[in-house]
Design a protein around this ligand. Structure first.
Ligand code: AMP
Ligand code: ZN
Length: 114
């Protein structure tokens, strides 16, 4: 069994509220939502962060972002807007070392983030 919590969600060994999946990506609602809509979009292959993507991952990166916009559309955020965030590394505030995009919306987001 994987030691990575998001790989365990992919394996199905820990539960998550999965809202979408395709061959390469999985989307599930964040367990500790910080906005009315807060969904995580991840690759099904373990990749630690955006820094660990290479030239050969262009299609995967495109698929991940297209999945983010699909989730936003499905959750009714297309008109109001939303935020897509990939926290990266220590200063970026990344706590789970499996690449994930946060798709957040349903309230106004302030800038800059804390
Ligand atoms: P980050 O701090 O950017 O690495 O984001 C990690 C996110 O994963 C946080 O928003 C957590 O609430 C979320 N999270 C951690 N464990 C789970 C889980 N089992 N199911 C859903 N979301 C999770
Ligand atoms: Zn993983």
């Amino acid at each position: 069994m994987s030691s990575c919590i998001f790989c365990r969600i992919i394996e199905g060994s820990i539960p998550a509220k999965i809202v979408y999946q395709d061959e390469h990506t999985l989307a599930f609602d964040d367990i500790n939502p910080q906005a009315p809509v807060h969904t995580l979009v991840i690759p099904k292959r373990h990749v630690a962060s955006v820094q660990d993507l290479g030239e050969s991952d262009q299609a995967l990166l495109g698929r991940l972002l297209l999945t983010c916009t699909k989730i936003a559309k499905d959750k009714g955020l297309s008109e109001s807007g939303f935020r897509v965030v990939a926290n990266t590394g220590l200063d970026g505030g990344q706590t789970v070392l499996h690449l994930h995009f946060h798709v957040m919306g349903g309230r106004h987001m302030s800038w800059p983030p804390g």
